[in-house]
Design a protein around this ligand. Structure first.
Ligand code: GLA
Length: 378
């Protein structure tokens, strides 16, 4: 069998949950598919369109197969998949390792093989696989491994997006279980606190993150501005969205947009389509960044090696007022005595500056500065 090589780079796409929750239907998915193509998301790399929970009828059919909700998806899922594919996108769906999905719909516990075949028959390319209602007596690892095999048994390349929220340290074993990505945290909500908590909780696990099995820090909330299913606190600012997207890209993790693409404003669209940040995110080597400096209030700088011999130098200020963030290049591994400087290109403005030995910029509250860095002789 020819290898499908799924998940070579952190998967990118759109997922219905953050904004729409249960309010999904065929028309919405068609319109999102149109936007993904017409507004440049597909071209930028966002290729998976994923329908999350709440798409099914509450009972299986007489052959024990899952059935799409006949009001939300009147033409069935094959028709949805066909439309999504006709746009050049890939089609993702959702099930759960437990007996019910998180929202209470039928799930795949002990139905792994029949459900995997159903998804394959519909033309599904990506399966998000959740962890609600998982029997206490059952073994988590076995059931994720089982779904990975059930998907492979269909013969259709289907990316397995495991979602057990970090239970039993999935970074240590999901790669071995066959999943191309694994949710490592509880659910994101649209708040700066949630964004920073998730990033801080996964930084130490990024050594496991890499090609063919990526640490999924949950769908993006960029551009939601307090609207939708996971917006509980009034939403985030543009600076907070920049920090959120920059952290996900710096960490090299999956980028699944959660906002309604039909109403996204220009500043959020530009952020989600930032070529330099996406290039950093998609770097084929998937190396983890390391910290150069940090303070108790959360201010920190990072350095990351990229495959083409360049680097990332990134500054974050999660504190509530504008403040200096430091980076001494010696701490990156570049002593002044080596005779080099760093040529720094701002990923947001394109401006270039050259700095030797250190660079300690002032960063606005909740904001960041991200540079592509190149070694130059001094
Ligand atoms: C869990 C997952 C979420 C989403 C919901 C759907 O909470 O972590 O990402 O899929 O279930 O019910």
């Amino acid at each position: 069998m020819e290898a499908a090589l799924l998940g070579q780079r952190p998967p990118m796409g759109w997922n219905s949950w953050n904004t729409f929750g249960t309010h999904i239907n065929e028309q919405l998915i068609f319109e999102i598919a149109d936007r993904m193509v017409e507004d440049g998301y597909l071209e930028a790399g966002y290729e998976y369109l994923v329908i999350d929970d709440c798409w099914a009828e509450k009972v299986r059919d007489e052959n024990d197969r899952l059935v799409p909700d006949h009001i939300k998806f009147p033409h069935g899922m094959k028709a949805v998949a066909d439309y999504v594919h006709s746009k050049g996108l890939k089609f993702g769906m959702y099930s759960c390792a437990g007996t019910l999905t998180c929202a209470g719909y039928p799930a795949s516990f002990d139905h792994e093989f029949v459900d995997a075949q159903t998804f394959a028959d519909w033309g599904v390319d990506f399966l998000k696989y959740d962890f609600c209602y998982f029997p206490r007596t059952a073994d988590c690892k076995t059931h994720y491994r089982r779904m990975a095999i059930a998907l492979k048994a269909t013969g259709r390349p289907i990316l397995l997006s495991a979602c057990n929220w970090g239970v039993e340290e999935p970074w240590e074993w999901m790669r071995g279980a066959g999943a191309q990505m694994y949710r490592s945290t509880g659910d994101i909500n649209e708040s700066f606190r949630s964004i920073m908590d998730i990033a801080d909780s996964q930084e130490a696990n990024l050594g496991y993150n890499g090609a063919y099995s990526w640490n999924d820090m949950d769908m993006l909330v960029v551009g939601m501005y307090g609207k939708g299913n996971v917006a509980f606190t009034g939403g985030c600012t543009d600076a907070e969205y920049r920090t959120h997207f920059a952290l996900w890209c710096l960490f090299g993790v999956p980028l699944m947009i959660g906002a309604d693409l039909r109403g996204l404003n220009e500043i959020s669209r530009e952020l989600l389509l930032n070529r330099e940040l996406i290039r950093i995110d998609q770097d084929p080597e998937g190396r983890a960044p390391y910290r150069l400096w940090d303070e108790k209030d959360g201010r920190r700088s990072y350095f990351r090696h990229l495959a083409d011999g360049s680097y990332v130098l990134a500054y974050f200020n999660p504190a509530d007022s504008e403040a200096q963030v430091n980076a001494n290049f010696e701490d990156a591994g570049l002593p002044y005595s080596a005779g080099y400087a760093l040529e720094l290109t701002d990923v947001f403005t394109g401006e270039t500056i050259t700095k030797a030995e250190y660079y300690n910029p002032v960063v606005p509250a909740h904001d960041c500065l991200v540079y592509r860095a190149r070694l130059v002789k001094r």
